[in-house]
Design a protein around this ligand. Structure first.
Ligand code: MN
Ligand code: MN
Length: 467
């Protein structure tokens, strides 16, 4: 009897898929590496709240590791480290491999834009002795989540003479912050009857920026004038300069550990810096790869990847064609032999909202980086759907390097869905699969990830680049 029991146990061990908590799949040393990696990740989050800041921070990290800005015509050879900055809003880094470029590149693609509130082009107005900014939200948000919390303001203003002003207010301990008001519960009876999508409407996302008048009792719009005067004194801008500005309001809080055990990180913009940073870090740590490594941190994913800094444009293809030509090949041959990890987040199972997921096919925090064969919605619409062969190849790679990983899809069938840049890269005839970190409260102003999963993403990208 007991013998039979033990053989059933062994058989189960052999035949069932393993689902151990990631913690039990790490050595003590790995867990300590994981913790220190996440300290660096938190610094990156705080210094890179927008796509522009993520590019700036990435350029300085890349240059510190010897990466040089690539100009067409530069000669390239194995071991060279280069990058191309696309308009300050997207960046591609590459390390030339020892193998011929015809063998394809190891491509990692993550995005550095996150849901936020953009200022309109004519944003500033005064209403009943308050000055406010009108906004147009960027990406998919639950609008009610963006009220009654501190916001900081980031971006650039191009003045009439063409000169540029960079803005970042609300991050320094001594800076003021901004805020969108919400109704008090006492008077919200009518508001609370609205559907939750309309609880706060788009045109109600107005940011409070001031309330003192310019000291002249005779003048109209004195609060607006006072704000414009402050802005003129600080930045030399006038109201018309907002027309050629990109100003983004984001949550003003910093990345913090979450939990008594400090096992998680709460921050704005994990989607998708939680993949962008590990991909960048793996690139920074990569030395003399066999295959040429290309890492792209792109913009515009949250609005559908259109525009010349998004991956529906040709900027990535042009870069790979330029590399191919510089190394005596052509883009078509290189792309067709390339492999890509599309590094984007997945929805983590949330015990408070279990019904949106199918429990055998969703990602759990602390189970490692999530490999997702397909995304899309309504019958896999809009996905590139990685082939069984390529999933098998990635599975062997991760297993043979003891990377903690899991598989999972975003939500129940017909429960909603979402896409990533995977399809646009796969459309260039590149074998592509989604690999990323599970996130709780995705697209909320404050998102949660588990440190083990962040570190597993780094390890996944590192072994892929080294392979
Ligand atoms: Mn994303
Ligand atoms: Mn997203």
């Amino acid at each position: 009897m007991s013998e039979k029991n033990s053989s059933a146990k062994e058989l189960k061990e052999k035949l069932f898929a393993r689902k151990k908590h990631g913690f039990f799949r790490m050595t003590e040393e790995q867990y300590s590496d994981c913790s220190s990696f996440c300290e660096d990740y938190k610094k990156f989050l705080d210094s890179a709240k927008t796509e522009r800041e993520a590019v700036k921070t990435s350029v300085s990290l890349l240059e510190a590791k010897g990466f040089k800005e690539y100009k067409n015509g530069m000669s390239l050879s194995a071991g060279d480290k280069i990058y191309r900055n696309n308009r300050g809003k997207a960046i591609i880094a590459a390390i030339i491999g020892t193998e011929p470029i015809e063998k394809g590149v190891r491509l990692c693609a993550a995005h550095i834009d996150s849901p936020r509130l953009d200022l309109k082009q004519n944003p500033l107005y005064e209403d009943n002795r308050m000055a406010l900014f009108k906004t147009h939200y960027y990406g998919g948000i639950k609008k009610y989540q963006w009220t009654a919390m501190p916001l900081s303001l980031h971006g650039v203003i191009i003045k009439a003479d063409g000169s540029e002003v960079c803005v970042s207010i609300g991050e320094d301990e001594n800076d003021p912050v901004f805020c969108i008001s919400d109704l008090l519960p006492h008077l919200a009876g009518e508001q609370m009857k609205r559907s939750s999508a309309q609880l706060i409407k788009g045109e109600e996302l107005n940011i409070i920026i001031g309330s003192l008048p310019y000291p002249d009792e005779e003048i109209n719009d004195a609060v607006k004038l006072n704000i414009l005067n402050l802005l003129f004194e600080k930045y030399g801008i006038t109201e018309s300069d907002f027309i050629s500005a990109e100003l983004e309001a984001v949550p003003a809080f910093k990345a913090k550990d979450i939990g008594f055990d400090r096992s998680m990180i709460g921050a704005y913009g994990h989607d998708d810096r939680v993949c962008a940073y590990p991909a960048l870090a793996a690139t920074l740590d990569c030395e003399n790869p066999a295959h040429t490594v290309v890492t792209v941190l792109t913009d515009k994913e949250e609005t559908g990847s259109d525009g010349n800094t998004g991956l529906c444009s040709d900027y990535l293809r042009f870069f790979i064609e330029d590399l191919a030509e510089a190394l005596g090949s052509n883009g078509r041959t290189v792309l067709s032999a390339s492999e890509c990890l599309s590094a984007d987040v997945n929805a983590a199972f949330d015990p408070t909202f279990p019904d949106v997921n199918e429990k055998n096919n969703c990602a759990y925090i602390n189970n490692g980086v999530c490999v997702t064969k397909f995304t899309g919605a309504r019958g896999k619409s809009g996905t590139s759907d990685a082939s069984a062969e390529f999933v098998g190849r990635v599975r062997r790679l991760l297993d043979s390097n003891n990377v903690i990983w899991q598989t999972g899809e975003l939500g129940r069938v017909d429960g909603g869905g979402g896409g990533t840049v995977a399809a646009y890269i796969a459309n260039m005839n590149v074998d592509t699969i989604d690999v990323g970190v599970p996130v709780l409260s995705m697209h909320a102003p404050y998102e949660i990830v588990a440190k083990i999963d962040v570190y597993s993403a780094y390890r996944a990208f590192a072994v892929f680049m080294a392979d």
